[in-house]
Structures are given as structure tokens and as C-alpha cells.
Design a protein around this ligand. Structure first.
Ligand code: GDP
Ligand code: MG
Length: 138
């Protein structure tokens, strides 16, 4: 059993796609063990996206992710980290396989609907940024 950090980004929330994304996660058979709607502070956004600090898109990314509410989740299931990445599709929506969330609902890399952890270390780190242990209900 694996846990991953999933976040409906501000564009997804704004466009009313939260339910669609929750539906896809649950239909797959994964369990949402924690969830909350929140506005991320600049400081939290910079920590969460720390690996991208110094890249040309970093400031835009932080501005965007703090621009409105997100829906943060912990998703649990077998191979949840890589399987959620597969359901999300490639970072650049035009490279995402048809039927994936990013292919179906996004057109640009800077507003690509959903975040998912890319490995076990980032999953543990990101879950710890956004959730207290007692908020995770297995
Ligand atoms: P992810 O793990 O698939 O979300 O992709 P990354 O961790 O590489 O990048 C984090 C987020 O930064 C992506 O989801 C995009 O929204 C954004 N991003 C990544 N690369 C670029 C880029 O080249 N240009 C812009 N504008 N945004 C990018
Ligand atoms: Mg990433």
C-alpha cells in the first residue's frame, strides 16, 4: 500500500473539475484518506515546489498555485504514486495520453489541473507539508 499527495490546482477548482477528479480517483479503486480545500501561502508554495527554485517558470508557478483555493488530498492504494501519475498524464498536456486528466481537461503546461507526487520521497515530504498525521484517516 502506498500513499501519494494529490492536489487539484486553482484552475481545476475554478473550472469545477474537483468532482470529476475525485470520481476518477475513486472509480480507479483508490481511497482518499485525507482531503481539504485551502489557499496555499507563498511560503508553503515555495517549499512545496522547492525543487524548481531558480527555474524561469518558478515565480509564475508560485503565483498561480497561490491564486485561489486548491483541493489537497492524500490518495492511498497499490502503486498509488506511479498510478496517479499515469492517470494524470504528462506535465505538458499536449504530450499527455488521451484519456488522462491533463489530456482531457488542460491545454497549457502552466495550468495543468492537477499535481501528484513523483516518487516515494516527494510523496512523504509533500504529505507532511499539507497534512498533520491525525488528519489522515485510513
Ligand atoms: P509535474 O510533476 O508533472 O507537475 O511537473 P514538474 O514537477 O516538472 O513541474 C511542476 C509544475 O510546474 C508543472 O505541473 C507545471 O505546471 C509547471 N511547469 C513545469 N515545467 C514548466 C515549463 O517549462 N513552463 C511552465 N510555464 N511551467 C512549467
Ligand atoms: Mg513534479
Amino acid at each position: 500500500m502506498e500513499r501519494t499527495y494529490i492536489m487539484v490546482k486553482p484552475d481545476g477548482v475554478r473550472r469545477g473539475l474537483t468532482g470529476e477528479i475525485i470520481n476518477r480517483i475513486e472509480r480507479k479503486g483508490f481511497k482518499i484518506v485525507a482531503m481539504k480545500k485551502m489557499v496555499i501561502s507563498r511560503e508553503t508554495a515555495e517549499t512545496h515546489y522547492g525543487e524548481h527554485k531558480g527555474k524561469p517558470f518558478f515565480d509564475g508557478l508560485v503565483n498561480f498555485i497561490t491564486s485561489g483555493p486548491v483541493v489537497a488530498m492524500v490518495v492511498e492504494g497499490p502503486q498509488a504514486i506511479s498510478e496517479m501519475r499515469r492517470l494524470m498524464g504528462a506535465t505538458r498536456p499536449w504530450e499527455a495520453a488521451p484519456g488522462t486528466i491533463r489530456a482531457d481537461f488542460a491545454t497549457t503546461v502552466d495550468e495543468n489541473i492537477i499535481h501528484g507526487s513523483d516518487g516515494p520521497e516527494s510523496a512523504a515530504r509533500e504529505i507532511g507539508i499539507f497534512f498533520k498525521p491525525e488528519e489522515i484517516i485510513g
